[in-house]
Design a protein around this ligand. Sequence first.
Ligand SMILES: Cc1cc2nc3c(=O)[nH]c(=O)nc-3n(C[C@H](O)[C@H](O)[C@H](O)COP(=O)(O)OP(=O)(O)OC[C@H]3O[C@@H](n4cnc5c(N)ncnc54)[C@H](O)[C@@H]3O)c2cc1C
Length: 287
Amino acid sequence: MHDFAYHAPTTLPEALELLDRYGDDARVIAGGTVLVTLMKQRLSQPGHLVSLANVGVLQGVRLQGDGLHIGATVTQRDVETAPQVQSAWPLLAETYRRVATVRIRNLATVGGGLAHGDPNQDPPPTLLVLGASVTLASSQAVRTLPVSELWTGYFETAVQPGEVVTELIVPLPPVGSGSAFLKFLPRTEDDYATVSVAALVQLDVSGACQDIRIALGSAGPTAVKATRAEAVLRGKQPTDALISQAADQAREEVGPIADVRGSAAYKRDIAAVFVRRALQQAIAGAR
Ligand SMILES: Cc1cc2nc3c(=O)[nH]c(=O)nc-3n(C[C@H](O)[C@H](O)[C@H](O)COP(=O)(O)OP(=O)(O)OC[C@H]3O[C@@H](n4cnc5c(N)ncnc54)[C@H](O)[C@@H]3O)c2cc1C
């Protein structure tokens, strides 16, 4: 690996000042699960690494009026195992439980995953479905944006040079809603998904779909919100026929690429199958 300087600031202003000072030659490092691999492969060769590990303000999970605030350096394993997440955000706990292996999740941070912008990651569809937002800080400003605006393309994000993801904010799911996260893994249990689906359904007193949200991962250059599939069921009784119609609609909304996990056509078919299953599971949970 090439030579680099390692900085371990303890405050956010100090970290942001280092990013400003070294500009393009600096990279933020959190868990390092992606960045160290890229550096070993010489795909990234920063002269300065700015570690967020000791920046106290980026740690911890706090419940506030607008939802759960998860610090950027909280590990994915800590989200998965936090009792408050498991009880009030079961979809979030289940999704982080499905990421890679315990070994990876013990290192990989929430913020690192958000900033990486890989459309094959598991959390993005769930975060879209839960209406999460993310806070970014630079030496100039702090801004919050919905995760739907964070991922802008294949491994591209709205994070600007000199900016750091500081926290993820996840609102409470609608009262009485049911949800599901399903990940199709034909190869190994710790692989990235061939296709993943997050679904959330809230039924009204008549049993019709009052609130319905569907999103898919590994199904396009970013996670895809299947809005036309949602529209098939919104306000309607979720009969088997309508669930199948929504799943067929989702097949048309995704744009997966062919790779080692399958052809684009195969992934479209898998998307339909997994949307149907995720909806069935979410509806059963809501009932
Ligand atoms: C073997 C393996 C298997 C995996 N399998 C899965 C899987 O099945 N599902 C899945 O969802 N993911 C999977 N992942 C990806 C994993 O989720 C990411 O590696 C992890 O989320 C990255 O977090 P990190 O803290 O290690 O980031 P790092 O490697 O430290 O950083 C990643 C990138 O984000 C930037 N960055 C980090 N933190 C911040 C911040 N706070 N603000 C701004 N930029 C920041 C870095 O500069 C770098 O560009 C896998 C990874 C590996 C190595």
